[in-house]
Write a protein that binds this ligand. Structure first.
Ligand code: PEP
Length: 257
């Protein structure tokens, strides 16, 4: 049975400028020599900075990721960025279905599924983000919402493709709010996700799939969350914009491994 290599991603969102992104990448690269031996580390800058940040990462072992991709291969899709374009820039990973794309931009589940298909067909590695809103949680629907998002996005994903796929459980109410899920909440959600994977695939896949937590992760709360069984690391937003915090989170995840 495959062991689960921990993962940490830094989602920079639409923040910073070119010089700041390059400096952040250089500092993260320099400080991550030990962590990259034990875990997959990825940063996700905005599209215009991908090439420069990729150069700054160099051969550090920290991988380059994009925050989104088009579901289309090429053509008349003004403003979109294709998987091939990302590969041209040295991108290895891509976020798919981030809650801001689902709930702010309005991406529907069918589009998320098409984007995931495009990413995997193109040879990219993908982080599929799932998670419930506060209203869905209060209504007692959290597990069903996440299961529905998984069923929809994974409908065409074969088990052979799972070595290029990470699931990020990101409760929408925890993203950017400073209020993370409790370790118990995270444990419960990850258990439910693995149970959905067992029903979609089988018990072995549910045990070997990588599932990480995202939502207000910080150096102060990461250790207890990643100590929970079934939590294989984190997707980090705000704290990934500060090199010291991101490196502290990565080290905590590497230690937990
Ligand atoms: C995210 O956007 O994926 C995220 C987890 O953000 P934050 O860490 O800021 O909550």
């Amino acid at each position: 049975m495959r062991t689960r290599r921990p993962f940490v991603g830094g989602n920079w969102k639409m923040n910073g400028d070119l010089a700041g992104g390059v400096e952040l990448a250089e500092t993260v690269s320099a400080g991550s020599r030990e962590a990259v031996m034990a875990i997959d580390m990825v940063v996700f800058p905005a599209f215009p900075y991908l090439q420069s940040v990729g150069r700054a990462l160099g051969h550090s072992g920290v991988a380059l990721g994009a925050q989104d991709l088009s579901a289309e291969a090429n053509g008349a899709f003004t403003g979109e960025v294709s998987a091939e374009m990302l590969l041209d820039l040295g991108v290895q990973w891509v976020l798919v279905g981030h809650s801001e794309r689902r709930h702010v931009i309005g991406e529907r589940e069918e589009l998320v599924a098409d984007k995931l298909r495009m990413a995997l067909d193109s040879g990219l590695r993908a982080v599929l983000c799932v998670g419930e809103t506060r209203a869905e949680r209060l209504a007692g629907d959290a597990h069903e919402v996440v299961a529905r998002q998984l069923r929809s996005a994974l409908s065409s994903v074969d088990r052979e493709e799972w070595d290029r796929l990470v699931i990020a459980y990101e409760p929408v109410w925890a993203i950017g709010t400073g209020v993370s899920a409790t370790p118990a909440d995270a444990r419960e959600a990850h258990r439910e996700i693995r149970s959905t994977l067992a029903s979609l695939y089988d018990a072995e896949l549910s045990e070997t799939a990588r599932v990480v937590y995202g939502g207000s992760l910080s150096p102060g709360n990461v250790t207890t969350i990643v100590a929970e069984p079934g939590v294989d690391g984190g997707l980090v937003g705000g704290a990934s914009l500060r090199a010291d915090d991101f490196l502290a989170i990565a080290s905590a995840i590497a230690r937990a491994a």
